[in-house]
Design a protein around this ligand. Structure first.
Ligand code: BG6
Length: 468
């Protein structure tokens, strides 16, 4: 489906996210023929760029972060749609640029993309209202983290609701746009095999583990005030957990999914600071823009409990950090041992019965089980069944997470976006950890984080790193 003609107003157009994901994302949507024939992208940010230097900046971004070589024809088509207004030129200049673009296109929709830190949301929304850019034809996408804590998230939701109807608001969490994350819903609710096992009766523990080798790079300005908890946990990991833990929705609609996610978030227990391990990689304090005594965590591991009939008592562990040994995005469901051991010399090792989602793009699903080792005796050995997207499907048409979500927002489809109530609940269960974050453990770059994170999951252990 191709969206209506659009004027996209990209706030934070010269920032890190725009360079890494959004400009390459729009370019690839153009390349894939998924953008309307008529559209304009008006970039705005504090940098003093003009149309030409912004197009050049965009070209470099697509070359560096895009997933294909830049095609000259596609690029020319795309670049002709770009323009730029520095924020120093004032709101009227932005208003004039948007009006000009609208006149050129005729009847069209507006999509405001706020790729800026949450502290800037309020004033941008005020500007949109002042310029009259919040009419019925407008939609707004807001980047995460959505607020800084519960109060700021609630305040932000109220500000937004005064300017836009709920159907116009798209709170993005790009993890939910990943194919492999959407596939969690398919695996659970399109098959009879897994869902009956998907509960406390059969599951021993759950892990969501997202280590990253990446450092904070030149993102100190954003990261220092954010840290791993706000950057990854209260957003991506807990949203992901809601997909793993939710009850089956009655249908695959935005409302039905949101309702089920909200319900499971309501059942998440307040996070106990005693069950949280925070870390900071050695050398973080020397990064450009980091305060010499910074207490910002670059690693976090924690336990979450869901107090409902399906999950009561099942430990759920989350872990993520920068400068770790590997970059992975993994969800592990570990199943109970059978009630008795009947095989000779049967040593149950942890991880023998696990269902593992690798959420890279395109990703895989692995089922680990025990099988008979061929030979004259009944001996068991570890075995594995693996689903890989590229072996079952053509992956050429795959969209990257941001591309899928931008396209959905242009179509007005909020199914894969997050709701106000759920987000507020996630901040609410975070209140104790944010108020009393606990000690900060140093860890060497390239490691699996502080030792304390191993103790946190005892008597179990993290599935990663995997033995070769
Ligand atoms: C972003 C975080 O939202 O997600 C980054 O701000 C993180 O710190 C990134 O690196 C991870 O996303 P992905 O898609 O690369 O797993």
């Amino acid at each position: 489906e191709i969206p209506d003609p659009h004027v996209v107003v990209l706030f934070g157009a010269s920032g890190d996210l725009s360079a890494r994901k959004l400009l390459p994302g729009f370019y690839h949507l153009e390349r894939a023929g998924l953008l309307p024939a008529a559209y304009r992208i008006v970039g705005t940010a504090t940098d003093e760029l003009d149309d030409e230097s912004f197009a050049e900046h965009a070209r470099q971004a697509v070359e560096e972060f895009g997933r294909t070589e830049v095609d000259a024809h596609v690029w020319d088509r795309f670049a002709a749609r770009l323009s730029y207004v520095p924020t120093t030129a004032g709101p009227a200049a932005l208003g004039a640029a948007v009006s000009k673009a609208r006149e050129e296109l005729g009847e069209c929709r507006l999509l405001h993309y706020l790729a800026v830190p949450p502290a800037a949301f309020g004033s941008i929304i005020a500007t949109l209202v002042e310029l009259g850019l919040n009419g019925d034809d407008a939609r707004v996408i807001l980047e995460k983290p959505f607020g800084h804590d519960y109060d700021s998230a609630v305040a932000l939701n109220r500000t937004l609701e005064q300017a836009f109807d709920d159907a116009q608001i798209f709170r993005i969490d790009h993890f939910l746009g990943k194919e492999a994350v959407q596939n969690i819903l398919a695996l659970r609710f399109a098959n009879g095999l897994y869902e009956p096992l998907w509960n406390r009766t059969n599951i021993e523990f759950v892990q969501i583990d997202v280590p990253e080798t990446l450092s904070i790079g030149d993102r100190a300005g954003f990261y220092e005030g954010t840290g791993a908890y706000r950057d990854m946990v209260v957003t991506h990991l807990l949203q992901l957990l809601s997909y793993i833990a939710m009850e089956p929705p009655v249908e695959l609609s935005a409302k039905a999914l949101r309702d089920e996610k909200t319900k499971v978030m309501q059942s998440m227990r307040m996070i106990d600071p005693a069950k949280v391990v925070r870390g900071q990689y050695e050398g973080y304090l020397d990064e450009d823009g980091v305060a010499p005594d910074s207490g910002t965590e670059t690693f976090i591991a924690m336990e979450v409990q869901i107090d409902n009939w399906r999950w009561a008592g099942v430990p759920i562990h989350l872990r993520t950090g920068k400068c770790m040994a590997e970059s992975r995005r993994t969800v592990v469901l570990d199943f109970h041992e059978p009630p008795m051991r009947m095989f000779p010399d049967e040593a149950q090792h942890q991880g023998a019965n696990q269902l593992v989602f690798d959420l890279s793009e395109p990703g895989s699903i692995t089922a680990d089980f025990q099988a008979k080792v061929p030979g004259p005796t009944m001996r068991l050995g570890p075995a594995r069944m693996i689903f890989r997207y590229e072996q079952s499907f053509e992956t050429d048409n795959q969209l990257m997470a941001y591309e899928r979500l931008i396209h959905d927002a242009m179509l007005g489809d909020a199914t894969l976006f997050t709701g106000a109530e759920g987000i507020e609940r996630l901040w609410a269960i975070s209140a104790d950890v944010l108020a009393d974050p606990g000690p900060l453990h140093p860890y060497p770059k390239g490691s699996w984080g502080p030792e304390a994170a191993q103790h946190l999951v005892a008597p179990f252990s993290w599935r990663l790193p995997e033995a070769d």
